[in-house]
Design a protein around this ligand. Structure first.
Ligand SMILES: *[C@@H]1O[C@H](CO)[C@@H](O)[C@H](O)[C@H]1NC(C)=O
Ligand SMILES: *[C@@H]1O[C@H](CO)[C@@H](O)[C@H](O)[C@H]1NC(C)=O
Ligand SMILES: *[C@@H]1O[C@H](CO)[C@@H](O)[C@H](O)[C@H]1NC(C)=O
Ligand SMILES: *[C@@H]1O[C@H](CO)[C@@H](O)[C@H](O)[C@H]1NC(C)=O
Length: 341
């Protein structure tokens, strides 16, 4: 009797420990989740989706790491039954984990939600990994708030910039394939989406690769130069004519063909992302549609002198964007305070 009694008590005590243990585990998990230390996206599902679609014969040539995953991935950016159904263009803004201020300025100015909705445009920021865990926490909070970050599992480095563009092409194919145009830009560029819509309307809807052209650009062979490209990666003396990096526009068919080509053919890695895309386009026989009103090097000139005629101005600091934008927007406010597109 006594033995039976103490056995029951032991069991009850053990049960208590198990319960306390479980509760502690749950609390820890919750804290980790709140602190952004657990990834909130379903990475396994994404790997499955990406893997099934793009790994060909066990080889994917797209230069992204073999175990590449999207660490942070917006949930509702392009879902087909939301208001994004008619999304006409997707803008990929290359950024760095560290550039919190730049992203905030972009969201408050040219990529504000109101304007994006009017134009059926979507903006995502393309980032890699910064090995500072504190920054990752902050980044996860930013993602939870804005749901517009696409983070790939590769380390951020100047030489890895091209990976961001490749990731953009992969992401848009996997998660935003109904989009009609993919536009690549950077977080220090002031973009004129209204004018881009005009440009798009006056150009062919397919076969489009539009941007500020770079011609006869010598391939740099000095290994100490950050723009160095090896002979193995690209043997010609000059790059083909290509669209300069601060902003270029691809119609959906061109973006798809480019990614399909990159993922199914071994290509030399060129760390200038714009030159790399140019090389791919030349393989696809797609030539650049030259567009001159993109200011790629404005020096100290006043923003107001450019912006009304240009689709993009490069090298704009966050505080400049924030100062300029409200003044610029007043041009588009009618008497009854309605914004016009
Ligand atoms: C797959 O790759 C192997 C060599 O890696 C090759 O022998 C084989 O023919 C390829 N199969 C297909 C279907 O391309
Ligand atoms: C999709 O449509 C269903 C049914 O109309 C709705 O319940 C759901 O909330 C929608 N999802 C999104 C993301 O809009
Ligand atoms: C580029 O990313 C890969 C994958 O994370 C990393 O191994 C490599 O070190 C990065 N390159 C540079 C130059 O940092
Ligand atoms: C590009 O043009 C060349 C020469 O006309 C042709 O051999 C090649 O197959 C074309 N490539 C594509 C991808 O259309």
């Amino acid at each position: 009797m006594q033995a039976h009694y103490s056995k029951t008590r032991n069991l009850a005590r053990m049960g208590k420990y198990v319960l306390v243990g479980l509760s502690l585990m749950l609390i820890c998990r919750w804290i980790l989740y709140k602190e952004g230390m657990l990834y909130t996206t379903d990475a396994a599902l994404i790997i499955k989706e990406v893997g099934n679609r793009y790994v060909k014969n066990g080889t994917n040539y797209d230069h992204l790491p073999e175990d590449f995953i999207f660490l942070v991935n917006p949930k509702n950016k392009c879902s087909s039954n939301s208001t994004t159904q008619g999304t006409s263009f997707l803008v990929g803004v290359e950024s760095l984990v560290l550039n919190f201020e730049q992203r905030a300025a972009v969201r408050q100015t040219w990529a504000n939600n109101d304007l994006l909705n009017r134009l059926s445009a979507r903006v995502i920021f393309l980032i890699g990994i910064n090995e500072d865990a504190q920054l990752q926490k902050r980044l996860n909070r930013e993602s939870a708030e804005y749901d517009d970050l696409v983070q790939g599992s590769f380390v951020e480095h100047f030489k890895n910039l091209t990976l961001k563009t490749i990731m953009f092409l992969r992401w848009s194919q996997c998660f935003c394939s109904t989009v009609k145009y993919a536009i690549k830009t950077d977080d220090d560029v002031l973009v004129n989406l209204r004018m881009i819509l005009q440009v798009i309307k006056s150009n062919p809807t397919s076969g489009l690769y539009l941007g500020y052209t770079r011609a006869q650009f010598h391939v740099i062979r000095n290994p100490n130069n950050p723009y160095y490209t090896s002979y193995e990666a690209y043997p010609e003396q000059n790059y083909p004519v290509y669209a300069s990096g601060p902003l270029y526009i691809l119609s959906q068919d061109v973006a798809t063909r480019a990614y399909d080509y990159i993922s199914s053919h071994p290509t030399g890695y060129i760390s200038s992302e714009d030159a790399f895309i140019g090389v791919i386009m030349s393989k696809l026989n797609v030539s650049v549609h030259p567009y001159t009103n993109i200011e790629i090097n404005r020096g100290s000139s006043n923003l107001g002198c450019f912006f009304t005629e240009y689709i993009a101005v490069h090298r704009v600091a966050p505080n400049e964007m924030l100062k300029f934008w409200p003044v610029y927007e007043t041009k588009f406010v009618t008497k009854n305070k309605q914004l016009i597109v």
